[in-house]
Design a protein around this ligand. Structure first.
Ligand SMILES: NC(=O)c1ccc[n+]([C@@H]2O[C@H](COP(=O)([O-])OP(=O)(O)OC[C@H]3O[C@@H](n4cnc5c(N)ncnc54)[C@H](OP(=O)(O)O)[C@@H]3O)[C@@H](O)[C@H]2O)c1
Length: 512
């Protein structure tokens, strides 16, 4: 039957791998059922030279389709031809073509088919129905082949084979609706802002995407690393609607990083917090090594607080300190380090069980007097230094609560103290920020005061990439030790990262 009388399917996908790797995997059809769920059976019946006879049984949307086909591997043309010799379909033939592409290999699948069952009416057209199912089948095969090649790449790297992964990915998010509006206006200055409900819904359905590349980031040592910022398209407010949907955006953002073979990704801000709230670990779901950036953030918080204390001539031995969110990932490691430096340390959180547990661990250090409470205001009232590191989707600490002359380091993203708050009698600054050895101009305002300032969590993945240490340095769900904080602080210093000057709401503070 001539091709123009058959139903045609055309699918194409760029797979980030060399051509020979893609072809090799696609010809190992007997392995398909182990990693492509819709392929129930794929066996080689006979093979001679470049001709194979293969048997297939697939099941898509509950519909089983079986056939036997003959495949011709025309590898000099970089094409595999196939045609069914028996099976459920009257006609089924086509080709797989492998083309060079700047990002790897473009695989083009062209299929011609005919079902053979006459259509009862237009609404029940068997040809179109099977076309839809088989399109899904080929898409599923290409997606699974891509995933498998990425997994093989990372596992080969881990087992010391000559596989190359490199660079850093920063998984970022915007911090609230105003931030989203501001970014949209930057990208489209003439934008007439639609309603908040419309924008929110649109953002909710938008997939995560690569915001920008950071090429040739140069360390003080001369070492160079490149990477990208990938925007997970959520704001913390969206967590209330659907935590699983937000977590899936974070997972997909990591998958974007994997496609380019990045060495390490940093889960910044809420991108490490959201999966944890539903008991997920992104590291278990992806192949690219994942760090939270919390160790370097903690290092910058500690350095910033100690620097501020020196400026204000505070004797740390006599300091009464409060850590708001002191049971969290960053708060608890800051508490462990600070408990050895101050006179009294109060940690706060809403969950009493966690307060009890973290409080008991801190008491074992036998230095500062430890108080654990769920009363933020009481904790802040008499504190000389307050570290604010609660993961809250909106500011919640009242500026009037702080003691005159106190130091307040707020590393919340979004801030625990509203940016609109100002008091001349307290030293309030954004914590966890690092001075960067190379300026970076992002295409939108990510809440950083200068091109030479980075969030500690952004910087951590850059430092690890410069060191070629592709590992979960700061693992999800805590487990950061003071030794790790010190190690990454020293590595950061080696590459030219140090604690930032003091800023609040983008303004350099006089005492910097
Ligand atoms: N500057 C940077 O580079 C940087 C880097 C990473 C993260 N961050 C930001 O730092 C913050 C903390 O991150 P994380 O990873 O440590 O978060 P986390 O592990 O979720 O810890 C958050 C802590 O805040 C507490 N908390 C939440 N709401 C509270 C409230 N209303 N009052 C008192 N405590 C409250 C939590 O305990 P309960 O749930 O029991 O209340 C927990 O102790 C986030 O805002 C994050 O975006 C900044």
């Amino acid at each position: 039957m001539p091709d123009n009388e058959l139903i045609k399917i055309q699918i194409s996908k760029v797979i980030p791998a060399q051509k020979w790797r893609v072809i090799r995997l696609l010809t190992k059809i007997q392995e398909f059922p182990s990693y492509i769920p819709c392929v129930k059976e794929a066996t080689v019946i006979h093979k001679k030279h470049n001709i194979m006879r293969t048997k297939w049984r697939v099941q898509i949307e509950g519909v089983p389709i079986s056939w036997i086909e003959e495949d011709t591997l025309a590898l000099n043309e970089k094409v595999i031809y196939f045609h069914a010799t028996e099976g459920d379909l009257a006609e089924f033939k086509g080709k797989w073509e492998f083309l060079d592409h700047p990002l790897g290999t473009e695989v083009k699948v062209e299929v011609f088919l005919k079902v053979g069952i006459p259509s009862v009416n237009e609404a029940v057209d068997a040809n179109n129905y099977i076309k839809k199912l088989l399109s899904k089948n080929f898409e599923a095969i290409l997606d699974a082949v891509e995933r498998r090649l990425i997994s093989i790449k990372y596992s080969s790297y881990k087992s010391g084979e000559n596989e190359k992964i490199a660079g850093f990915g920063i998984i970022a998010h915007l911090y609230n609706f105003f931030h989203l509006e501001k970014c949209l206006k930057t990208l489209n200055p003439g934008l007439k802002m639609p309603s908040r409900e419309f924008i929110s819904q649109l953002y909710h359905v938008s997939p995560s995407f690569k915001l920008c590349d950071i090429d040739n980031f140069k360390s003080k040592t001369g070492a160079i690393a490149s990477g990208s910022v990938i925007l997970a398209t959520f704001i913390p407010d969206m967590m209330e609607k659907d935590l699983f949907a937000v977590s899936s955006k974070i997972f997909k953002a990591c998958k974007i990083a994997e496609k380019t073979g990045m060495g390490i990704v940093s889960l910044t801000g809420f991108t490490s917090i959201v999966p944890e709230r539903i008991g997920q670990r992104i590291a278990d779901e992806v192949d690219v090594p994942v760090t939270t950036g919390n160790a370097f953030t903690a290092a910058m918080v500690i350095d910033g607080v100690l620097k501020a204390a020196r400026r204000l001539n505070l004797d740390m031995d006599k300091v009464n300190m409060a850590i708001i969110g002191g049971t969290g990932n960053i708060g608890s490691i800051c508490a462990r380090i600070m408990a050895k430096k101050v006179k009294q340390l109060t940690i706060t959180a809403r969950t009493r069980e966690n307060l009890k547990k973290t409080g008991a661990e801190l008491k074992k250090l036998k230095k500062a007097k430890i108080i654990a409470t769920d009363d933020n205001q009481a904790a802040i009232k008499n504190a000389d230094i307050v570290i604010c590191c609660a993961s809250s989707s909106a500011s919640f600490l009242d500026i009037s609560w702080f003691k005159t002359e106190s130091i307040v380091c707020d590393l919340g993203y979004p801030k625990n103290v509203a940016y609109t708050s100002h008091r001349d009698d307290i030293f309030l600054f954004s914590g966890g920020l690092a001075k960067s050895p190379t300026p970076i101009v992002f295409p939108v305002d990510l809440g950083l005061p200068t091109a030479n300032t980075l969030y500690g969590s952004f910087a951590e993945s850059i430092i690890l990439a410069l060191e070629k240490r592709y590992e979960a340095f700061s693992p999800e769900q805590g487990q950061i030790t003071p030794e790790k904080v010190e190690e990454i602080r020293i590595l950061g210093k080696k590459h030219g990262f140090e604690v930032s000057d003091f800023y609040w709401d983008g303004e350099l503070l006089k005492r910097s």
